[in-house]
Write a protein of this length. Structure first.
Length: 650
């Protein structure tokens, strides 16, 4: 802006005169500064020539000589203006400012003072005198309210206000400048970025002021959207709702209206829950009450652990009795939903878990099931399971049996119930994938106590008997001694190296003595976590030496957290914890950690956090849910050695 006051004709004249003077000076061998008494017109021409050649110091010297005893007229003012331009080129804004102030004071009637006064304000801003700069700019606006430079002055005042920390005033002046722009340009884009930067980084106290200025502009919905998100994050639901509604009113743009509705829907979700309240569905009466009580004990200990530490969120449990009945479980779940719980833990039984999981998915309530029901997590993205599954157990068991023990031929003896059938099929399928073979398989009734027939079939005892000493009709073979009184007991034909029995420990302690009775010895016995019980060794240790079974929790582990849990459990309940209690203990502690470390205000937030959370180490091992909602866990393999259980090395 500075230095644009000469006309073309004047410039051409000055150029010619200056060139002539310069040539003459060279011919005379003049190299020293021009004497003060040199002709003033020649000094002016010489100064301009030096200025064009970039010899700024010599130009200033010539101009100073010109100004000595110069009259106060427009020509003198223009020389001062040229000097101000040179000072700016030399990065000496303070000197330039002094010159411009002198022009304004000594030559108040000049028609081109509009530019001088603008440049004064610009220089003041440049040297950090923002308050003075803004004051000069405001005075400029009063004098020249219709001048084309008004837009630049608006921007300058906005810059000064921003530098002084007055964001609201900065937004006001920048927005006024933006409204004067027509058509795209880099300057307009830069101003747009300034406005958006203010909106994106300001607190509500400023945003509310911006909103008043921005009414009717494209910036209004952007401001209200940011306000709504800030209030939402802070948990100020009423203010968030007001901002979202203002956003919708401020625009007809579908994208912005959609964002406003998204906030309103989010608010509806947040109001649908009570923060930190978790529902629990357990069979506290009926045939499964014993298991429900174990889970409840684990939950209680998990709630107490670290609850008083700084930064921990408040949590509460709402417990409902399912009575082990699917209909009662569904009614209890609906009651928990009315209580606006954030999530539900349970149920235990397969039938109840299936019914409740479908309803939980339908109503959008995160459910952490403690059931081994096949496919339960397939109900949807709100369903999770924190329990070692049969598939995970069998995969770990066969990995050890085939890949580490080198076993290839297997027998399967399983109960004729859904669990037994499911485990049998899983085991068989996985074994074939690993290159192993099932050479014998038998099932038995769930209430059966005599397993002689199934064992004899698997061991080939009947086949040996029929092809050996006796015929099928029981008569002595031809040529035998007539006094033949006793038939030699046939040897079993055992064509499997290991025997897999997926049943509860109560059934195992009845089966294994009968295996020995029928001489089925020397085979590796394999089982699931259903075997785990202190009574297993107490009742049948002599028949189970070397047997291996899966576990999700080892009370004797040396891990400090495990021992702390076990000791606390013993102190409170005078017994050792089982897998159900340990699993419940981990589940509630995982939820507390997520609620403490993550921003979780809705059921959807909690479901997402459960899927994404990593790094939780519980007494049952590391817990992380995969994309399907299944906890990614590996079984611990326990081996019976004497009176003790030892962990099978990995």
């Amino acid at each position: 802006m500075i230095g644009r006051c000469f006309s073309t004709k004047q410039a051409a004249f000055a150029l010619a005169a200056g060139a002539a003077f310069f040539v003459a000076a060279c011919q005379l061998g003049i190299h020293r500064p021009v004497p003060v008494n040199t002709d003033r017109v020649g000094l002016l021409i010489l100064g301009k020539a030096y200025d064009r050649q970039g010899q700024t110091k010599k130009a200033l010297e010539a101009y100073r000589a010109f100004l000595k005893d110069a009259p106060k007229n427009e020509k003198t003012a223009r020389v001062l203006r040229r000097m101000a331009d040179i000072y700016l080129k030399l990065n000496q804004p303070a000197k330039a400012l002094t010159v411009l102030e002198a022009i304004c004071e000594d030559y108040p009637g000049l028609p081109w003072l509009v530019g001088v006064r603008y440049d004064k304000a610009v220089i003041l801003s440049r040297i950090g005198e923002h308050k003075r700069s803004a004051g000069e700019a405001v005075l400029w606006l009063k004098r020249y309210s219709h001048h084309p430079l008004k837009r630049d002055v608006y921007i300058l005042i906005g810059d000064d206000c921003h530098a002084m920390g007055d964001k609201a005033e900065a937004f006001h002046w920048w927005l006024m400048a933006k409204t004067l722009w027509e058509g795209p340009s880099e300057e307009r884009a830069a101003l747009h970025r300034k406005l958006e930067g203010l909106i994106a980084t300001s607190r509500p106290v400023f945003l509310r002021q911006y909103a008043r200025d921005a009414e009717g502009t494209p910036y209004a919905p952007e401001i209200y959207d940011r306000l709504a998100r800030i209030y939402l994050e802070a948990g100020d639901l009423e203010s968030a709702e007001e901002a979202a509604e203002a956003l919708i009113r401020s625009t007809t743009d579908h994208a912005w209206v959609s964002k406003g509705n998204t906030v309103l829907n989010r608010l509806k979700e947040e109001r649908a829950v009570r923060q930190g309240v978790i529902g629990v569905l357990l069979p506290l009466s009926g045939p499964f009450a014993l298991y429900g009580q174990e889970v409840l004990k684990g939950l209680q200990l998990g709630m107490d652990r670290g609850a008083d530490l700084p930064g921990r969120v408040g949590m509460a449990l709402v417990i409902r009795n399912t009575q082990g009945d699917p209909e009662a479980a569904l009614a209890a779940f609906e009651d928990l939903n009315r209580h606006r719980v954030m999530a539900v833990i349970g149920p235990l039984s397969s039938t109840a878990a299936g019914v409740v999981a479908r309803k939980a998915q339908e109503t959008g309530v995160p459910l952490i099931a403690l059931s081994q029901r096949e496919g339960i997590v397939e109900e949807g993205d709100m369903i999770f399971r924190n329990l070692l599954t049969p598939a995970q157990e069998i995969e770990g068991l066969l990995d050890a049996a085939v890949n580490r023990m080198g076993l290839r031929r297997f027998g399967i003896l399983y109960p004729d119930n859904p669990y037994g059938l499911y485990c049998m099929n899983l085991f068989w399928d996985k074994l074939e994938q690993l290159g192993g073979t099932v050479t014998a398989v038998e099932s038995y009734e769930v209430d059966q106590t005599d397993f002689a027939e199934e064992i004899r079939n698997m061991a080939g005892l009947d086949e040996a008997l029929n092809s050996g000493s006796l015929k099928q009709n029981g008569e002595p073979p031809q040529g035998a001694d007539k006094d033949f009184q006793e038939i030699e007991k046939p040897e079993p034909i055992i064509n499997f190296e290991a025997l897999f029995i997926p049943d509860a420990f109560q059934r195992i302690v009845m089966i294994v003595p009968q295996l020995v009775f029928h001489d089925v010895r020397g085979v590796q016995l394999l089982g699931t976590s259903a075997w785990q019980s202190p009574q297993l060794i107490e009742m049948a240790k002599d028949y189970l030496q070397g047997a291996v079974f899966c576990s999700g929790f080892v009370p004797d582990a040396r891990d400090a957290d495990v021992q702390a849990f076990v000791q606390t459990y013993r102190k409170n309940f005078k017994a050792d914890p089982d897998l159900l209690a340990a699993n419940a203990y981990d589940t509630i502690r995982l939820l507390r950690r997520i609620l403490t470390e993550k921003t979780v205000r809705t059921r959807g937030d909690l479901a997402n956090a459960l899927r994404e959370f990593r790094g939780f180490k519980g007494v049952c091992g590391n817990i992380a849910f995969n994309g399907r909602g299944e906890a990614e866990r590996k079984p611990v393999l326990l081996k019976i050695s004497g009176n003790h259980l030892s962990v099978l090395p990995q």
